[in-house]
Design a protein around this ligand. Structure first.
Ligand code: UDP
Length: 385
């Protein structure tokens, strides 16, 4: 009965992109299931009673330099031109991160800041980005002092809170996401396209899934579908779960949010304020900034990190290291024996994808599986509101 149906497991961004492509471009049937009781995975958002759009699983800011991804998602949502900035409390001073020349002048006396700025410009090309672990290798004693300062005040305790590990113990690409900026650029991302879908992420995903060819079942467990015969399976949940954890559980970090409502228009000066060196939470999100929503009240969320525990909390971040990659590769080896099953997404690929990278991977997966066989003739556009 499902022989002509494609099963997509997980209705987050990866699952929705592949499902939409199959349904709209190939005119094939898709059943998309998610164990959560809503679509959009961890991008899920909703409007609360105050009219504020809450990102239930933490702030999601879309950013990409990938034209194809931008064109694809823009069919399903209008994006505003929100450009993300992050403030951090460093020695009691609210300043900007990634650490840049503006941060330098915020946290140091002017004469010292000037001296360090000159040293930075003498040693690094303007407008480049230097990962903290590379910056620490500076031979110059002033730059070494600065690297040490940034390491201790911005990275060390935040990373311990976030990962339970020190910066040198995690994949270098993780701390490189927030490099030292040899410029005055206060933006968190430098991508060409940045913004928040005006209709919300949930609606954007629902728009992608709006098709007579797509059936969406939320609150549905893959185990209930496992023994049915589908044409193809696209699996965006965690690969170890697919194989019933027979080789062991893949480790992840989880996060949780403590939501608070305040009877005043704003709680803080920015959408996200990081607390690298204070408190147990890593950062505070204030949601109304994203869509510039007007309300007498405001809602914030304090973010806490913890180890992922099966059945207890959600998977958020794969912990990419040699040991875990070996385990993941062993699961991939098992997957190679399967016919017509593809793994993708942050959990399926066990990769720290941003939303655009997850979408790009799903588009590539679609190409890989189908494009060689078919001649795509039509693109389907849906109402974005
Ligand atoms: N990080 C840090 N201090 C900060 C911000 C980031 O040490 O104030 C490190 C930390 O290890 C974090 C990583 O940089 O996990 C990546 O940060 P990003 O903000 O990109 O993480 P995400 O928003 O994906 O949680």
């Amino acid at each position: 009965m499902f022989e002509n149906v494609n099963l997509v497991v997980g209705a987050g961004i990866s699952g929705a992109v592949i499902a939409a492509n199959i349904a709209h471009k190939l005119d094939e049937k898709v059943l998309i299931i998610d164990k959560k009781n809503h679509c959009a995975g961890n991008c899920y958002d909703f409007k609360d009673k105050n009219g504020i759009t809450i990102h239930k699983f933490g702030s999601h800011i879309f950013h990409t330099s990938d034209e194809r991804v931008w064109q694809f998602l823009s069919r399903y949502a209008h994006f505003n031109t929100y450009m993300h900035r992050v403030f951090a409390l460093i020695d009691g001073v609210e300043t900007t991160i990634p650490f840049n020349f503006n941060t330098l002048y915020d946290v140091f006396p002017k004469t010292l800041a000037k001296k360090l700025e000159k040293k930075l410009l003498d040693n690094f090309a303007y407008n480049t980005k230097v990962p903290i672990l590379d910056f620490q290798k500076s031979k110059d004693k002033d730059l070494n002092f600065l690297a040490d300062y940034i390491y201790k005040k911005v990275f060390l305790n935040y990373t311990i809170k976030q990962w339970g590990l020190r910066p040198a113990e995690i994949d270098k690409n993780v701390t490189s996401r927030v490099p030292v900026m040899i410029s005055c650029d206060n933006r968190y991302f430098q991508d060409k396209y940045q913004g928040i879908p005006v209709c919300g992420y949930t609606k954007m995903i629902e728009n992608m899934l709006e098709s007579p060819n797509i059936e969406v079942k939320t609150g549905a467990n893959f185990n209930d579908f496992k023994n049915l015969k589908f044409k193809r399976i696209f699996y965006t949940a965690s690969i170890d779960e697919f194989f019933d954890y027979q080789l062991g559980v893949l480790p992840y970090r989880s996060v949780s949010f403590k939501f608070e409502e305040y009877e005043r228009p704003y709680y803080q000066k920015n959408s996200v304020v990081n607390y690298p060196d204070n408190y147990d939470f890593t950062r505070i999100h204030e949601y109304k900034y994203y869509l510039n929503e007007n309300s007498a009240k405001t809602v914030i969320a304090k973010e806490y990190s913890s180890e992922f525990q099966l059945g207890q909390n959600e998977r958020y971040y794969p912990i990419v290291n040699e040991k875990n990659t070996t385990l993941y590769n062993q699961y991939k080896y098992l997957a190679a024996d399967l016919d017509n099953v593809w793994f993708l997404g942050r959990l399926g690929d066990y990769k720290y994808y941003d939303m655009d990278k997850a979408a790009a991977r799903a588009l590539e997966c679609f190409d890989e599986v189908f494009n060689k066989k078919i001649n795509i003739t039509s693109e389907r556009y849906v109402n974005k509101d």
